[in-house]
Write a protein that binds this ligand. Structure first.
Ligand SMILES: N[C@@H](CCC(=O)N[C@@H](CS)C(=O)NCC(=O)O)C(=O)O
Length: 114
């Protein structure tokens, strides 16, 4: 199972958000930056420099939120169908109107906003 090392309100929200969007099963490991948990020898074995996020997938350990997101999009292509593909015939820059249309298509009222 994928394991994401995460601290709330940090850059690790990027891969966490993506994991939720694509619905991939993962284990969340909270790293308390306030308690310096990212400086412990155990965490430094996972990420030698200490910051979150880090993603462990079997023998593979990834750091850098953008790299982790790119890896997840590659690993779950069917669930990340929104991903623009470089060189694809239909590829064009994503415009704000596209984002709005996608949001309108996919948005449902959530219980907290009504
Ligand atoms: N470029 C890295 C930045 C990671 C980063 O700076 N993480 C911060 C939280 S947003 C952190 O863990 N800081 C604690 C530290 O470096 O001591 C990424 O996007 O993954």
């Amino acid at each position: 199972m994928l394991k994401l090392y995460h601290s709330p309100q940090s850059r690790s929200m990027r891969p966490r958000w993506l994991l939720e969007e694509i619905g991939a099963p993962y284990e969340l490991v909270r790293v308390d930056l306030g308690k310096q948990e990212h400086k412990t020898p155990q965490y430094l074995q996972i990420h030698p420099h200490g910051p979150v996020p880090a993603l462990v997938d079997g023998d593979l350990t990834l750091i850098e939120s953008a790299a982790i997101c790119a890896y997840l999009a590659d690993k779950f292509p069917a669930r990340a169908a929104w991903r623009p593909r470089v060189g694809h015939a239909g590829a064009r820059p994503l415009l704000p109107v596209d984002v709005l249309q996608r949001w309108r298509r996919s948005s449902r009222r959530c219980c907290r906003c009504s």
